[in-house]
Design a protein around this ligand. Structure first.
Ligand SMILES: NC(=O)C1=CN([C@@H]2O[C@H](COP(=O)(O)OP(=O)(O)OC[C@H]3O[C@@H](n4cnc5c(N)ncnc54)[C@H](O)[C@@H]3O)[C@@H](O)[C@H]2O)C=CC1
Ligand SMILES: O=C(O)[C@@H]1CCC=N1
Length: 269
C-alpha cells in the first residue's frame, strides 16, 4: 500500500489530527509515515497499527503526496533544507506551525502547494475549529481534500491570508488557554470563599463545561444566556458590576488577543 501522507512532528496537535484522519477513515494507517524522533501516544498507537515510523527525513518515501508540518516553529529552519531535498515533486504541504509565514514556507519548498492552517486543542475530542489559508494555486479538489483532513476533528473555515491566520491564532488557536485560565481563576475564587481545593475545582469545572454545553445547545446568544442568569438587583448583577465595570473584561480580552496576534506577526518576521 503506498505511503501517501507524511506527518512531521506527531506531538499534541499532530497526533490529534492523525487520529481523526484515521478515525474518520480518511487515511489508512498503512498510508501514513510519521517522522518524529519521539512520537506522542496517539502516533505510537497508529505505528502499532501499521503506520511507518521514521526518524530521518532521508527515509521519506517518494510516494508521499500530502505533508502535515506539525513541529515547533523554532525547529523548522534547521529541518527545512533536509525536508525539501527528501520530498517528492509538488507535494501539498499543510503547515500548522504558528507564525511561520507562507512566504517562508514557499521559499523552503518552491514547487509545493502551500496551505497554512491553525487548529486548536479541542481537536483532541473532535471539537476543534481550524482555519486555513492558501493561494490561488490550490485547486478546488485540493481545497476539498484540505477541508476533509482539517475538518475531521471539528469545524473548518477558509480565511483570506496569513494576516487572518495570525488573527485566528490569537482567537481560537491560543483561545483554549484563556478559557482554561478562566477555570483556574474561578477555582481560586471558590477557595477564597471557603471551599477546599477539590470541591473548588469541581464547582469551577462543572460551571465551565455546563455553560459551554448550554451555549452550544441553545439557540440564544451568549448575551441572552448571560441575561437569563442575571436577576435585577441579585447576586449575578453584583458580580457583573465588577466584571463589566468600564468594560473591564472586554478590555483585558482585547489586550490578551492583541498580545497573541502581535507575537504571531513577530514570529512571521
Ligand atoms: N498546541 C496547540 O494548542 C497548537 C499548536 N499549534 C502548532 O502545532 C505545532 C506543534 O505543537 P504541539 O503539537 O503543541 O507540540 P508538541 O511538542 O506536542 O509536538 C511537537 C512534536 O515534534 C517532534 N519533533 C521534535 N523534533 C523533531 C524533528 N527533528 N523531526 C520531527 N519531529 C520532531 C516532537 O517529538 C513532538 O512529538 C507548533 O508549530 C504549534 O505552533 C497550532 C495550533 C494549536
Ligand atoms: O502557543 C502557540 O504558539 C501555539 C499556537 C496556538 C496555540 N499554541
Amino acid at each position: 500500500m503506498a505511503q501517501t501522507h507524511l506527518i512531521v512532528g506527531a506531538g499534541n496537535m499532530g497526533g490529534a489530527l492523525l487520529s481523526s484522519w484515521v478515525g474518520d477513515s480518511l487515511v489508512n494507517p498503512r498510508n501514513l509515515v510519521i517522522l518524529d524522533p519521539k512520537p506522542g501516544s496517539e502516533a505510537v498507537y497508529l505505528i502499532e497499527r501499521g503506520a511507518r515510523h521514521i526518524e530521518d527525513a532521508d527515509d521519506i518515501p517518494k510516494s508521499v503526496r500530502v505533508v502535515l508540518l506539525a513541529i515547533k516553529p523554532q525547529l523548522f529552519t534547521g529541518l527545512s533544507r533536509k525536508l525539501a531535498a527528501a520530498l517528492p515533486a509538488e507535494p501539498l504541504i499543510i503547515s500548522i506551525m504558528a507564525g511561520t509565514a507562507t512566504d517562508t514556507l514557499a521559499r523552503a519548498f518552491p514547487d509545493a502547494i502551500i496551505v497554512r492552517a491553525m487548529p486548536n486543542t479541542p481537536a483532541a475530542v473532535g471539537r476543534g475549529i481550524t482555519a486555513y489559508a492558501a493561494g490561488d494555486s490550490l485547486s478546488e479538489e485540493q481545497a476539498k481534500l484540505c477541508e476533509a483532513l482539517l475538518g475531521a476533528n471539528g469545524e473548518v473555515i477558509r480565511v483570506a491570508d496569513d494576516r487572518a491566520i495570525d488573527a485566528v491564532t490569537a482567537i481560537s488557536g491560543s483561545g483554549p488557554a484563556y478559557i482554561f485560565h478562566l477555570c483556574e481563576a474561578l477555582t481560586d475564587a471558590a477557595m477564597q470563599v471557603g471551599f477546599d481545593a477539590k470541591t473548588a475545582a469541581q464547582l469551577a469545572r462543572a460551571t465551565l463545561t455546563g455553560s459551554s454545553a448550554l451555549l452550544e445547545a441553545s439557540e440564544r446568544s451568549a448575551t441572552e444566556l448571560r441575561e437569563a442568569v442575571t436577576s435585577p438587583g441579585g447576586t449575578t448583577q453584583a458580580a457583573l458590576d465588577v466584571l463589566m465595570a468600564d468594560g473591564a473584561l472586554i478590555n483585558l480580552m482585547r489586550q490578551t488577543v492583541q498580545a497573541a496576534f502581535d507575537r504571531a506577526q513577530e514570529l512571521s518576521g
